[in-house]
Design a protein around this ligand. Structure first.
Ligand SMILES: [Zn+2]
Length: 219
Protein backbone atom coordinates (compact mmCIF):
# COMPACT_ATOMS: atom_id res chain seq x y z
CA UNK A 1 0.00 0.00 0.00
CA UNK A 2 1.27 3.50 -0.78
CA UNK A 3 2.36 5.51 2.21
CA UNK A 4 -0.46 7.82 3.25
CA UNK A 5 -0.45 11.01 5.26
CA UNK A 6 -2.89 11.26 8.14
CA UNK A 7 -3.55 14.50 10.03
CA UNK A 8 -5.62 14.86 13.19
CA UNK A 9 -6.57 18.31 14.50
CA UNK A 10 -7.63 18.57 18.14
CA UNK A 11 -8.34 21.58 20.33
CA UNK A 12 -6.41 20.60 23.45
CA UNK A 13 -3.74 18.15 24.47
CA UNK A 14 -5.60 14.85 25.16
CA UNK A 15 -8.42 15.46 22.62
CA UNK A 16 -6.82 13.63 19.66
CA UNK A 17 -5.78 10.87 22.05
CA UNK A 18 -9.31 10.55 23.42
CA UNK A 19 -10.97 10.69 20.03
CA UNK A 20 -8.79 8.58 17.81
CA UNK A 21 -5.47 7.45 19.31
CA UNK A 22 -6.34 3.86 18.49
CA UNK A 23 -6.96 4.60 14.83
CA UNK A 24 -3.88 6.84 14.59
CA UNK A 25 -1.76 4.12 16.23
CA UNK A 26 -2.97 1.61 13.66
CA UNK A 27 -2.08 3.97 10.81
CA UNK A 28 1.38 4.67 12.21
CA UNK A 29 2.04 0.97 12.77
CA UNK A 30 1.31 0.36 9.09
CA UNK A 31 4.02 2.87 8.18
CA UNK A 32 1.79 5.81 7.32
CA UNK A 33 2.80 9.34 8.31
CA UNK A 34 0.67 10.62 11.19
CA UNK A 35 0.64 14.24 12.36
CA UNK A 36 -1.31 15.48 15.37
CA UNK A 37 -2.10 19.20 15.31
CA UNK A 38 -2.90 20.69 18.72
CA UNK A 39 -4.81 23.96 18.27
CA UNK A 40 -3.73 25.03 21.77
CA UNK A 41 -1.28 23.78 24.37
CA UNK A 42 -4.01 23.53 27.01
CA UNK A 43 -2.84 26.73 28.71
CA UNK A 44 -5.84 26.98 31.02
CA UNK A 45 -5.94 23.33 31.97
CA UNK A 46 -3.91 23.26 35.19
CA UNK A 47 -5.23 25.25 38.14
CA UNK A 48 -2.58 27.17 40.03
CA UNK A 49 -0.22 27.29 37.05
CA UNK A 50 0.37 30.23 34.75
CA UNK A 51 -0.54 29.86 31.10
CA UNK A 52 3.13 29.45 30.21
CA UNK A 53 3.76 26.86 32.94
CA UNK A 54 0.74 24.81 31.91
CA UNK A 55 1.72 25.06 28.25
CA UNK A 56 5.20 23.70 29.01
CA UNK A 57 3.87 20.78 31.07
CA UNK A 58 1.15 19.89 28.61
CA UNK A 59 3.34 20.21 25.51
CA UNK A 60 5.66 17.62 27.04
CA UNK A 61 2.65 15.38 27.68
CA UNK A 62 1.65 15.74 24.01
CA UNK A 63 5.13 14.77 22.92
CA UNK A 64 5.04 11.70 25.16
CA UNK A 65 1.61 10.71 23.84
CA UNK A 66 2.70 11.17 20.22
CA UNK A 67 5.76 8.99 20.82
CA UNK A 68 3.41 6.20 21.95
CA UNK A 69 1.13 6.68 18.94
CA UNK A 70 4.01 7.08 16.49
CA UNK A 71 2.90 10.55 15.46
CA UNK A 72 4.52 13.95 14.96
CA UNK A 73 3.07 16.69 17.21
CA UNK A 74 2.49 20.17 15.77
CA UNK A 75 1.34 23.13 17.88
CA UNK A 76 -0.90 25.56 16.02
CA UNK A 77 -0.47 28.44 18.47
CA UNK A 78 -3.94 29.42 19.64
CA UNK A 79 -4.63 29.80 23.37
CA UNK A 80 -6.83 27.45 25.40
CA UNK A 81 -10.11 29.14 26.33
CA UNK A 82 -9.52 32.01 23.89
CA UNK A 83 -9.67 30.23 20.54
CA UNK A 84 -11.15 32.04 17.59
CA UNK A 85 -12.38 31.58 14.06
CA UNK A 86 -11.16 34.45 11.92
CA UNK A 87 -10.19 34.72 8.30
CA UNK A 88 -6.54 34.86 9.33
CA UNK A 89 -6.85 31.71 11.46
CA UNK A 90 -8.71 29.92 8.68
CA UNK A 91 -5.95 30.89 6.25
CA UNK A 92 -3.29 29.64 8.67
CA UNK A 93 -5.00 26.25 9.07
CA UNK A 94 -5.42 26.04 5.31
CA UNK A 95 -1.69 26.69 4.82
CA UNK A 96 -0.78 24.07 7.41
CA UNK A 97 -3.02 21.34 6.00
CA UNK A 98 -2.11 22.17 2.42
CA UNK A 99 1.57 21.73 3.32
CA UNK A 100 0.87 18.38 5.02
CA UNK A 101 -1.02 17.10 1.94
CA UNK A 102 -3.13 14.69 4.00
CA UNK A 103 -5.01 11.76 2.52
CA UNK A 104 -7.11 11.48 5.67
CA UNK A 105 -8.10 14.27 8.07
CA UNK A 106 -9.61 13.81 11.52
CA UNK A 107 -11.11 16.54 13.70
CA UNK A 108 -13.74 17.22 16.33
CA UNK A 109 -17.43 16.84 15.54
CA UNK A 110 -18.61 20.49 15.43
CA UNK A 111 -21.55 20.15 17.83
CA UNK A 112 -19.80 20.22 21.19
CA UNK A 113 -20.25 21.94 24.52
CA UNK A 114 -16.64 23.21 24.45
CA UNK A 115 -16.15 26.18 22.14
CA UNK A 116 -12.47 25.33 21.57
CA UNK A 117 -13.57 21.98 20.11
CA UNK A 118 -15.95 23.80 17.81
CA UNK A 119 -13.21 26.20 16.70
CA UNK A 120 -10.85 23.32 15.90
CA UNK A 121 -13.60 21.66 13.91
CA UNK A 122 -14.62 24.72 11.89
CA UNK A 123 -11.05 25.71 11.05
CA UNK A 124 -10.34 22.15 9.91
CA UNK A 125 -13.53 21.89 7.86
CA UNK A 126 -12.63 25.12 6.09
CA UNK A 127 -9.07 23.96 5.40
CA UNK A 128 -10.31 20.56 4.19
CA UNK A 129 -12.55 22.29 1.63
CA UNK A 130 -9.43 23.33 -0.24
CA UNK A 131 -8.03 19.76 -0.16
CA UNK A 132 -10.13 17.96 -2.77
CA UNK A 133 -8.37 14.60 -2.36
CA UNK A 134 -8.64 14.32 1.43
CA UNK A 135 -11.23 12.32 3.33
CA UNK A 136 -12.68 14.01 6.41
CA UNK A 137 -13.66 12.11 9.55
CA UNK A 138 -15.09 13.61 12.75
CA UNK A 139 -14.21 12.03 16.10
CA UNK A 140 -16.06 12.19 19.41
CA UNK A 141 -14.75 13.22 22.83
CA UNK A 142 -16.53 12.61 26.14
CA UNK A 143 -19.76 11.97 24.26
CA UNK A 144 -22.87 13.23 26.01
CA UNK A 145 -20.77 15.60 28.09
CA UNK A 146 -18.87 17.36 25.27
CA UNK A 147 -19.64 15.88 21.83
CA UNK A 148 -23.41 15.98 21.20
CA UNK A 149 -25.73 14.58 18.54
CA UNK A 150 -23.05 12.28 17.16
CA UNK A 151 -24.35 9.46 14.97
CA UNK A 152 -21.33 7.60 13.59
CA UNK A 153 -21.28 6.03 10.15
CA UNK A 154 -17.78 4.53 10.40
CA UNK A 155 -16.16 2.31 13.03
CA UNK A 156 -12.55 1.24 13.47
CA UNK A 157 -11.62 -1.89 15.42
CA UNK A 158 -9.07 -0.78 18.03
CA UNK A 159 -9.03 -4.02 20.03
CA UNK A 160 -5.37 -4.69 19.16
CA UNK A 161 -4.21 -1.20 20.17
CA UNK A 162 -6.32 -0.40 23.23
CA UNK A 163 -3.25 -0.53 25.47
CA UNK A 164 -1.47 2.06 23.30
CA UNK A 165 -4.57 4.27 23.31
CA UNK A 166 -4.72 4.08 27.10
CA UNK A 167 -1.00 4.79 27.41
CA UNK A 168 -1.30 7.84 25.11
CA UNK A 169 -4.19 9.15 27.18
CA UNK A 170 -2.44 8.34 30.45
CA UNK A 171 0.55 10.41 29.25
CA UNK A 172 -1.67 13.43 30.00
CA UNK A 173 -0.95 13.13 33.70
CA UNK A 174 -1.94 16.75 34.44
CA UNK A 175 -5.42 16.00 33.08
CA UNK A 176 -5.90 12.70 34.92
CA UNK A 177 -5.84 10.75 31.67
CA UNK A 178 -6.71 7.63 33.63
CA UNK A 179 -9.89 9.32 34.87
CA UNK A 180 -10.81 10.43 31.32
CA UNK A 181 -10.46 6.83 30.20
CA UNK A 182 -12.45 5.41 33.11
CA UNK A 183 -15.26 7.96 33.06
CA UNK A 184 -15.68 8.43 29.32
CA UNK A 185 -13.57 6.69 26.73
CA UNK A 186 -13.48 3.17 28.17
CA UNK A 187 -17.28 3.12 28.13
CA UNK A 188 -17.35 4.62 24.63
CA UNK A 189 -14.78 2.14 23.28
CA UNK A 190 -16.81 -0.78 24.63
CA UNK A 191 -20.10 0.62 23.32
CA UNK A 192 -18.74 1.44 19.87
CA UNK A 193 -17.20 -2.02 19.88
CA UNK A 194 -20.64 -3.54 20.56
CA UNK A 195 -22.10 -1.54 17.68
CA UNK A 196 -19.38 -2.88 15.40
CA UNK A 197 -19.17 -6.42 16.74
CA UNK A 198 -15.62 -6.21 18.14
CA UNK A 199 -14.25 -5.84 21.69
CA UNK A 200 -13.35 -2.13 21.30
CA UNK A 201 -13.83 0.48 18.60
CA UNK A 202 -13.54 4.16 17.78
CA UNK A 203 -16.40 5.68 15.83
CA UNK A 204 -16.45 8.49 13.31
CA UNK A 205 -18.75 10.51 11.13
CA UNK A 206 -17.33 10.37 7.64
CA UNK A 207 -18.32 13.40 5.60
CA UNK A 208 -19.05 11.21 2.66
CA UNK A 209 -18.79 13.69 -0.17
CA UNK A 210 -15.60 11.85 -1.14
CA UNK A 211 -17.02 8.35 -1.13
CA UNK A 212 -19.74 7.19 -3.47
CA UNK A 213 -19.55 3.56 -2.39
CA UNK A 214 -22.12 3.94 0.38
CA UNK A 215 -25.19 3.90 -1.81
CA UNK A 216 -27.75 1.27 -0.99
CA UNK A 217 -27.52 -1.76 -3.28
CA UNK A 218 -29.65 -1.25 -6.36
CA UNK A 219 -30.26 2.45 -5.83
ZN1 LIG B 1 -10.69 19.44 24.77
Amino acid sequence: MARMTVVCVGAHPDDPESGCAGTLTRYAALGHAVTVVYLTRGERGISGKSLDEAATIRSAECEAACRIIGAKPVFFGQIDGATEVTQAQADAMKRLLTAERPDVVFTHWPVDTHIDHQVASVLTIRAWMSLPTSSLYFFEVNSGSQTEGFLPNTHVDISSVVEQKKAALFAHISQDGQGIWRQHHEIMALWRGREFGVPAAEAFVHLSRDNHARNLPGL
